[in-house]
Design a protein around this ligand. Structure first.
Ligand code: GLN
Length: 494
């Protein structure tokens, strides 16, 4: 087996046993990423020497007999929306193209403390707004299973780096599906934790009541090991939950006998869902039944309002969060127009006009409009009320079941260029993913085989608040039963 086909936990075991050094493994993945990335454009930055140095430090700690975590020495690629001291944090935007982080995000700091080695930053839709990784200032990222298709987004670079075996583990962020949808399109697992499970300190804010950091991996045990390190309370983020982090790996092997799983009627019967995805969900149901789970039908009656609700809440919060980019604090600064009445205002207007791309500007304008006097009650407040109803739908469903099964997306990866000029079509992509963010619950995408055209299929599991252990348990049992097998996308080397 090639190194990239092993689980991150297995690579960590070999490093701990000193069968491999972290330096060797890190150099291997850096090389692979360096030689393959021109085909897919998954990385915005490769850490090179800095990563090798960190790997050597981990090797020294292991040689000194320190007992590190199961992932110590394992490389990880980080979405370019999380700050790492000394590296660029660009958010795929011209606005932050030259920005370097003065500090490290808590989530990443915890990975580093656990011995993981960040090997680079991954490409994304600008400021995480999008579902196709087509809006980055660094250019589009391509799906390694079909180079003329999107990898999904906004964490497209993280999904591709993992899928093509350029990193054994990657980190994304999910505000409305940005970990799960690219994971689904690229044939890997992706987990969006409960809102507040992982600190958002050092995660560049998009929509603060929805944003969550989450891991992507080929193997469910890797997600569990990584979530273990990411999770926990952080004094720098008052919304991070101050509750114990359970030992996630311990719950993986529990049998599923008697576990109740709900099939979401409104998701499955949605007209947009294609035959391939329908079959995939059905195969998931059969697999769960074989494993002893009990399947029931549940309703999420407000499903049809989830996309409109999300596309009010998220832009409203974004319009506030992105007001900090005005040319004087961070990033891009344009010169004021010569002879302008107010040079300051002119500098700010020009900096924002030139620094942001069209989709980001569209969201800022939508959010500003929906929050403006006279419209606030009609739009923003209304959206918050519907958000409550959507949350209640989930709470009612979890009175009856332990987890929900459904699609992540209606179809496999679409073609590059297909939706980028039609925002509404792009937004409708998020139909099955935004509910979990609005309700703050954990959700994951797992592979469900490949269709006749060679494109990955996927299914989604959702759980109640802090139900990550159960989701990982279900996914692990399905993986062990052979429901999905890790596959590295076959990019041509050299
Ligand atoms: N596609 C969604 C959007 O464009 C979700 C993005 C995300 O989760 N960051 O907002």
């Amino acid at each position: 087996m090639k190194i990239e086909e092993h689980s991150a936990v297995e690579i960590g075991r070999q490093i701990a046993a000193r069968e491999l050094s972290s330096r060797e493994v890190t150099a291997y993945f850096l090389d692979r990423a360096g030689s393959l990335d021109s085909q897919v454009n998954a990385f915005t930055h490769l850490a090179g020497e800095a990563a090798l140095k960190r790997a050597e430090q981990v090797d020294r700690r292991i040689a000194a007999g320190e007992n590190l975590t199961p992932l110590a020495g394992v490389p990880v690629a980080i979405k370019d929306v999380l700050c790492i001291e000394g590296m660029p944090t660009t958010c795929g935007s011209r606005m932050l193209k030259e920005y370097r982080s003065p500090y490290t995000a808590t989530a990443v700091a915890q990975l580093i403390a656990g011995g993981l080695v960040p090997i680079g930053k991954t490409n994304m839709d600008e400021f995480a707004m999008g579902g196709s990784t087509e809006t980055s200032v660094f250019g589009v990222t391509r799906n390694p299973w079909s180079l003329d298709r999107t990898p999904g987004g906004s964490s497209g670079g993280s999904a591709v780096a993992l899928s093509a075996g350029m990193s054994p583990l990657t980190i994304g962020s999910d505000t409305g599906g940005s970990v799960r949808q690219p994971a689904a399109f690229c044939g890997v697992c992706g987990l969006k934790p409960t809102y507040g499970r992982v600190s958002r300190y050092g995660l560049v804010a998009f929509a603060s009541s929805l944003d969550q950091v989450g891991p992507l991996a080929h193997y469910v045990e890797d997600l569990a090991a990584c979530l273990q390190l990411l999770s926990g309370h952080d004094a720098h983020d008052s919304t991070s939950l101050n509750v114990d982090v359970p030992p996630y790996a311990d719950s993986l092997s529990q049998p599923l006998k008697g576990v109740r799983v709900g099939m979401i009627r409104e998701h499955l019967q949605h007209e947009a869902v294609g035959a391939g995805i329908r079959t995939a969900v059905d195969r998931g149901r059969q697999q769960l039944e074989e494993l002893g789970a009990e399947i029931v039908e549940v309703h999420l009656p407000h499903t049809q309002y989830s996309v409109p609700t999300y596309y009010l809440v998220a832009p409203c919060e974004a319009s506030g969060n992105l007001s900090r980019y005005e040319g004087s604090h961070y990033g891009y600064r344009a010169a004021a127009e010569a002879g302008a009445d107010s040079p300051l205002e002119s500098m700010m207007t020009r900096s924002r006009s030139e620094g942001f791309g069209d989709e980001v500007k569209r969201r800022i304008m939508l959010g500003t409009f929906a929050l403006s006097a006279g419209y606030n009650d009609k739009f923003y407040k209304k959206a918050l009320q519907v958000r409550r109803l959507i949350t209640d739908d989930y709470q009612n469903a979890f009175q009856q079941v332990d987890a929900l099964l459904g699609p992540v997306t209606a179809t496999p990866a679409f073609r590059l260029g297909e939706k980028i000029n039609d925002p509404v079509q792009m937004y409708l992509e998020d139909l099955f993913t935004v509910g979990a963010n609005l309700a703050g619950i954990p959700a994951m995408s797992i592979p469900a085989g490949w269709d006749d055209a060679g494109l990955p299929l996927a299914i989604q599991l959702q759980g109640p608040v802090l139900g990550e252990a159960r989701l990982l348990n279900i996914a692990y049992q399905m993986q062990q039963a052979g429901f999905f097998q890790p596959r590295i996308a076959p990019l041509k080397t050299g």
